[in-house]
Design a protein around this ligand. Structure first.
Ligand code: AMP
Ligand code: MN
Ligand code: MN
Length: 316
């Protein structure tokens, strides 16, 4: 796909990632905005983000111009969905998607149903930022655009650790670091550094975790009371599920937080023996083989039981 040709003579381009944006989502949308601003300076480019993006990403170019408002309802010539595995994950940006003249989707979720008119879906890629890089004409990549792409890859690969990092991914990271941004600082400040209360709530989640299925699964949950007590938002809970996954012997880690009465956001991570995307799909969610998510109704124990049934099918 030739991205600039696909955008063609468009005068306005809207870009959006998914609701409750993660690092790859924020970074890919800002990378594309930065790139288009350089390659097509006359085109109006708007990035939508439904929920306040994490402030750890405020060093990225374009962060302050992200559009948190969904009105007025203007039509865009082209809408680009990034890191979005299903149309409902666009949240309120869905209206702009449905009313654009042309839609493009660039993503790396194996559960993506080719949701746009033009799709580039590469499940083998570490991140949407990795999928974007070869679509960009190098003449319009500079330090600021490269910094966005690098940051997105860092976040979706757990600092280059996960099995989604291929030879190609490492070559791309190699190209990107040549642009001269401060990579180690980005990794420390945006991935490892947590606030004091984030570490406290992580500690609580680990302390209250439960091992089950002969130690092959681990689960923990943070309820609304705890979130209110520590004054944290869902985005501050990122990373807890990975820490649970680092438990010796564990194949699948499950972390949930309470979204409402008998409604939970579930995150699953796998060490390889179980495809958690297929588990999430059963309940209407999605994701990747080793990292998937879903929103579910029921009590904490209902949800553990339902997930266990699906996980145990794969553990046999
Ligand atoms: P999370 O557990 O929210 O960090 O998500 C892990 C992966 O699964 C990410 O790639 C998400 O984009 C994807 N994911 C999370 N929740 C959903 C959902 N409800 N539907 C589809 N994909 C999801
Ligand atoms: Mn994402
Ligand atoms: Mn991603």
């Amino acid at each position: 796909m030739n991205l600039l040709e696909e955008i063609g003579n468009a005068k306005s381009v809207a870009i959006s990632g998914h609701i409750r944006p993660d690092g790859d989502c924020i970074c890919s949308t800002l990378a594309l905005k930065g790139y288009l601003n350089r390659a097509l300076p006359d085109v109006k480019v708007t990035v939508f983000t439904q929920d306040n993006p994490p402030t750890i990403f405020s060093y990225l170019e374009g962060y302050d111009e992200m559009n948190l408002s969904y009105s007025p309802k203007e039509k865009y010539d082209v809408f680009v969905a990034l890191d979005v595995s299903s149309v409902d994950r666009l949240g309120e940006a869905m209206w702009f998607f449905e009313n654009a003249d042309k839609t493009i989707c660039i993503d790396h979720h194996e559960t993506n149903p080719n949701l746009a008119d033009v799709n580039v879906i590469r499940p083998e890629a570490s991140s949407t930022c990795e999928v974007l890089y070869p679509l960009f004409d190098k003449r319009y990549i500079d330090k600021k655009v490269a910094e966005c792409l690098f940051s997105g890859i860092v976040h979706d690969s757990g600092v280059f650790q996960y099995s989604n990092m291929s030879r190609e991914s490492f070559y791309i990271v190699g190209d990107l670091v040549e642009y001269g941004f401060d990579g180690p600082k980005i990794i420390q400040d945006t991935f490892y550094t947590k606030t004091y209360v984030q570490n406290q709530i992580l500690g609580r989640a680990l302390l209250e975790s439960i091992l089950f299925m002969d130690g092959k699964c681990i689960v923990s949950m943070v309820d609304r009371k705890m979130m209110e007590f520590y004054n944290v938002l869902p985005k501050h809970l990122e990373g807890i599920v990975n820490q649970l996954k680092n438990t010796k012997g564990v194949e699948v880690a499950i972390f949930m937080y309470e979204m409402g009465t008998q409604r939970y956001k579930v995150s699953m991570r796998s060490n390889g023996g179980v495809n958690v995307a297929t588990v999430a799909l059963v309940f209407g969610g999605g994701g990747h083989e080793r990292a998937a998510g879903v929103e579910m109704n029921g009590t904490y124990y209902d949800i553990i039981n339902a997930l266990s049934r699906e996980i145990s099918k794969q553990l046999q």
